[in-house]
Each structure stands twice: as structure tokens, then as C-alpha cells.
Design a protein around this ligand. Structure first.
Ligand SMILES: [Zn+2]
Length: 246
């Protein structure tokens, strides 16, 4: 059982904080991004949600929060139901509303992922996140307005059909979810389309990005972004044989 807060919070530049689930292994837990706005806050991805995030993360208490999920996989959308305002891409709305272990790829979980069990009787073999129907479906070009900051929705399919990124032009911040992170890209899942991922990555490669805040691992600059993308496009960082990309 947990002994203290189940989340760690790290303040970065540009008013962005990175929230991490303390009891999920480093190679599995997603980055939960918190951006404070004048009129409302934005949470990008919600982790597995095995602990009450809005109570544990002090800055979220009594704030008006928009929760945005980059896609419906269990490591990003597990905590989604804890928020009243839930935005994600229309292509995965059915999965958010009726999640199961197959559709959320929770069937990939193993015993090593959760280092402290969240409650008695919890078993990793049976868990799936709570239904979290979207309160608003978004698509390419939609805007999320925090009062003093504006984020644009980018549709970046490939990892999953409804994968999205968020782009803040003024700061050059790009949030990529699992479309891009500094690791081997998961392009082999049941609804992954590697050729679509290639197109999504080619698109963001040309953007005037300052910092990529990815779905997993550390953040990086534009040069590093282009290296990672070029490596993927040349057949590295893939979970499948490059010849099967179509
Ligand atoms: Zn994913």
C-alpha cells in the first residue's frame, strides 16, 4: 500500500509541470503534463489512474481542469474518468466509452509494471480502466483555450488511429503522446498503421518546434526530434520488420 503521495511533480520551463506515477515502472508510465492557464488548467494524459490524481497533485485541487488524452491506451487514459471535462480524438471515442483489455492494450501489462499495489485484491491480469466517455470529441485544427495560452490539436495517426498532439505556436512546445518519444516506437499494436506513423512524423519534422514533451521518457529539442524521426524513417526504433511498413 502506498505510504505518501502516489505522484511526483517536476516543474519545467514555460509553465509546464511533469507529473509521474510513483508506483508505475519507469519504462511503462507515461508523462502526465500539467499546464497552468489563466482561466483553466490543462492536463495532457492521465496515467493509469490507480491513485486519485486530483487529490494527490496539489496544484489540481480546486482548479478548473481540462483533461486531454493523446490516445486511449491504458497507460495514458487510465485516470481520465477522474476528470469531468474529457477531450480526445473522435476516432477512439468508442474505446474511451467502453474500454476493455484488448482495445486499451492493457493485456500487455505484466507483474513488474506496478511496483506497489493500489488496493487490496488488485490484479494486473484483470484490471482495465473505468469508462471515460468523451465530453468533447476533437479533430485536427481544434483549439484548446486556457485564457492566456492556446493549444492546437494535431491529428497524428499511426501509433493508434486517434493519436493526437498538441501544439503551442507561441512557445514552440509540441506534445506528441506516443506518436514520438525518445525510444523504440510502438508501431505494432492491433490498431497501429506504420505507414501512417511515417507520414505523421514527416509532418512534425518540419515544424518550428522548440521543445517536444513526449508521451514517455525525457523531453528534447528540435535537433533531437529530427534525429529520432530520421532513425525511425530509416528502419530503426521500430517494433516490426521495416519491410512490413507497406
Ligand atoms: Zn500508446
Amino acid at each position: 500500500m502506498r505510504t505518501k503521495f502516489a505522484y511526483t511533480v517536476e516543474a519545467l520551463s514555460d509553465g509546464v509541470s511533469r507529473v509521474l506515477e510513483r508506483y508505475i515502472s519507469e519504462d511503462w508510465r507515461c508523462n502526465i503534463w500539467h499546464i497552468k492557464g489563466r482561466d483553466r488548467d490543462l492536463i495532457i494524459d492521465t496515467g493509469m489512474g490507480l491513485w486519485p490524481i486530483a487529490q494527490d497533485v496539489v496544484a489540481l485541487r480546486e482548479r478548473n481542469v481540462i483533461a486531454f488524452c493523446t490516445h486511449s491506451h491504458h497507460d495514458h487514459a487510465g485516470g481520465f474518468s477522474q476528470f469531468e471535462t474529457r477531450l480526445s480524438h473522435r476516432a477512439e471515442s468508442e474505446i474511451f466509452a467502453r474500454p476493455n483489455r484488448n482495445s486499451t492494450v492493457a493485456e500487455l501489462l505484466n507483474d513488474k509494471v506496478i511496483t506497489v499495489l493500489p488496493y487490496e485484491g488488485f490484479t494486473v491480469e484483470n484490471w482495465c480502466y473505468e469508462p471515460a466517455p468523451l465530453t468533447k470529441q476533437v479533430d485536427e485544427g481544434d483549439v484548446i483555450d486556457l485564457g492566456d495560452r492556446t493549444f492546437y490539436v494535431l491529428h497524428l495517426p499511426g501509433h493508434s488511429p486517434g493519436s493526437t498532439g498538441l501544439w503551442e505556436k507561441e512557445t514552440g512546445l509540441l506534445f506528441t503522446g506516443d506518436a514520438l518519444y525518445d525510444g523504440t516506437l510502438y508501431d505494432h499494436l492491433y490498431h497501429s498503421v506504420p505507414i501512417a506513423l511515417c507520414e505523421s512524423l514527416k509532418r512534425i519534422r518540419e515544424m518550428p518546434v522548440n521543445t517536444v514533451h513526449a508521451g514517455h521518457y525525457t523531453s528534447f529539442d528540435r535537433n533531437r526530434m529530427q534525429v529520432i524521426i530520421d532513425e525511425y524513417l530509416s528502419g530503426q526504433r521500430t517494433m516490426i520488420c521495416p519491410s512490413k511498413r507497406g
